[in-house]
Design a binder for this molecule. Structure first.
Ligand code: CAA
Length: 255
C-alpha cells in the first residue's frame, strides 16, 4: 500500500508511503488516498493528519513519469479526479492538518493547501513548479493558493515556480506554524488546540469561512446567519452555554 491510515490517540494519520518516488501522486496513490478518506469519513477521529513517509518529502506532486505521453482526455480526467480527491478534505467531518515533512511540490503542495491547516518542518521546501515543466497546477493550486496568500503572491509563485523555505511560507501565511521535532507529533499537538471543540460547530465554522472568499459580503453574511442558527440548534450549543453559566468545562458530544 502506498497510502497508510493509522491512528494516534484520537487522531487519524494518513501517510503517503512511496518514498522512492518522493511520495509522488501516481493514479494508484490518488485512488488509495480517496479510499483512505472514505475510511476517515466513516471513523470517529477528532482530526486528520496528512503527512509523507521518510524525512525527505511530504509529496513531490503528480507522478511525472505517468504524465509523459498521456492523451488530452486522460489528462483532463486525471485533473478532475485529483481535484475531486483533494476536495474531499473539505467535506470530512473533522479538520485536517498537513504535516509537511520535506518537499511539498506541485500536487503535494496542492494536497497541503486542501487541508484545513499546514505545519512545516524547518527544512521543508514548497513550490508550485509546474511552469518549469511547461504546465500549470492541476489539483487546485491556482484556486487555493491565491485564497491563502493573496493574488499577487500566488501569481509570483505560480509564474516563477520558485521554491519557498519554511520561514518564508510562515511569513506569507502559507503555513500556520513551523513544526519543531517530529512533524506528526507537532501536528497532533496543534490539532489538540481545536479538537476539544464539538465537530458540528467546527464543520459549520469551516464551511462559513470557506465561502467567505467565494461570495459577495451580503451573501456571506446571510450564510453566516444561517449556519450560526444551525449551530445554535445543536446539543453541543446547549451544553456549551449551560457549562458557561455553571462555570464548568463543557462536555461536547458532537450532536
Ligand atoms: N514524479 C515522479 N517521480 C518523482 C517525482 C515526481 N513528481 N519527483 C521525484 N521523483 C523521483 C525521481 O524521479 C527520483 O527517482 P529515480 O531515483 O528513480 O530517478 C526520485 O524520486 C528522487 O528524486 P530526485 O533524485 O529528483 O531527488 P532530488 O533530491 O535531487 O530532488 C526534487 C528533489 C527537487 C523534489 C525533485 O525530485 C523534483 O523537482 N521533483 C519534481 C517536482 C515537480 O516538478 N512536481 C510537480 C509535478 S506536476 C504536478 O504536480 C501537476 C499538478 O498540479 C497535479
Amino acid at each position: 500500500m502506498s497510502v497508510e491510515l493509522t491512528r494516534q490517540d484520537e487522531f487519524a494519520v494518513v501517510t503517503l508511503n512511496r518514498p522512492e518516488a518522493l511520495n509522488a501522486l501516481s493514479a494508484a496513490v490518488l485512488r488509495e488516498l480517496d479510499q483512505a478518506f472514505d475510511a476517515v469519513a466513516a471513523g470517529d477521529a477528532r482530526a486528520l493528519i496528512v503527512t509523507g513517509a521518510g524525512a525527505k518529502a511530504f509529496c513531490a506532486g503528480a507522478d511525472i513519469k505517468e504524465l509523459t505521453g498521456r492523451s488530452l482526455s486522460a489528462q483532463r480526467r486525471d485533473a478532475a479526479y485529483g481535484q475531486a480527491v483533494l476536495a474531499r478534505l473539505d467535506e470530512l467531518p473533522m479538520p485536517s492538518v498537513a504535516a509537511i515533512n520535506g518537499y511539498a511540490f506541485g500536487g503535494g503542495l496542492e494536497l497541503a493547501l486542501a487541508c484545513t491547516f499546514r505545519l512545516a518542518v524547518p527544512t521543508a521546501k514548497m513550490a508550485l513548479p509546474e511552469i518549469k515543466l511547461g504546465l500549470i497546477p492541476g489539483y487546485g493550486g491556482t484556486q487555493r493558493l491565491p485564497r491563502v496568500v493573496g493574488e499577487a503572491r500566488a501569481l509570483e509563485l505560480i509564474l516563477s515556480g520558485r521554491t519557498l523555505d519554511a520561514e518564508e511560507a510562515l511569513r506569507i501565511g502559507l503555513v500556520h506554524r513551523i513544526a519543531e521535532g517530529d512533524p506528526v507529533a507537532a501536528a497532533i499537538a496543534y490539532a489538540r488546540t481545536f479538537s476539544v471543540h464539538g465537530l458540528p460547530a467546527l464543520k459549520l465554522a469551516r464551511d462559513a469561512v470557506k465561502r467567505a472568499l467565494d461570495v459577495p459580503l451580503h451573501e456571506g453574511l446571510k450564510l453566516e446567519a444561517d449556519l450560526n442558527t444551525l449551530a445554535f440548534q445543536t446539543r453541543d450549543a446547549a451544553e456549551g452555554m449551560s457549562a458557561f453559566m455553571e462555570k464548568r468545562k463543557p462536555k461536547f458530544t458532537d450532536r
